[in-house]
Design a protein around this ligand. Sequence first.
Ligand code: ZN
Length: 263
Amino acid sequence: MIFDTHCHYNLSPLYENWQQHWQKAQKHGVTKSIIPGTNIETSRRAVEIAKQDKNLYAAIGIHPNEYDHISATDLPTTIYQNIASLSMMLDDKNVIGIGETGLDYYRLKEAERELAIHNQQEAFKMHVQLANEFKKILIIHARDRGGEKNKNNQAYFDILEIIQNDYQHKKPFILHCISGPKTYIEKMLELGAYIGIGGNITYLNANDLREIIKIVPEDRLLLETDAPYLPPQKFRGQTCEPWMISETAGYLRDKLNLTPATL
Ligand SMILES: [Zn+2]
């Protein structure tokens, strides 16, 4: 009964044997999955994979960190080319969403920060426009350093502003692998966000996250693996494989009273 709303069968080391991983996941109760792209090549792979099984869906997009080191002069051309490539893929009926896109300031160094933030925002706005134009759901990746200081949560509030101003809310949007301050999540819920919970909910130090999902209405919660990243606690240090979502589902059922049927 599990719908894995974010699983990278299109990325190494899953991609090389994606059929086997998909079969194993199905044996562990997974019935459907969305495969998000992270650049043009992995978006193409997502579309190719989704064509091969009606229970697999593709989302296409370019991860924000792909834009960190593009010069100010090259940015317009890059964005123009990205729009052209993504638009062509959007004709395929297996493509149900735009993503993953968003903002990620987590690793930015002070010297590169200004340019990278500008680039990421322009690219995110481009993705939002595509979602509007093609009437697709939007899958958002958000990451910043977090904690008490406002500056360390800037990515979240910049995303909030862009969604408020640019997204036409005709289709749902997903905050994949939720993180960020409570005020941001509250505001996003008001705007209609769906909240993706991954294996990191099982981490020993994830108390903040476990608190935050208590404010999310049950019909807005989604389950995801983000495989090959973020294995559940029991498998930390290993590649996250798609079947491991059954671990996360078990944890949510036992510790947080959220059944797979609800999710
Ligand atoms: Zn992802």
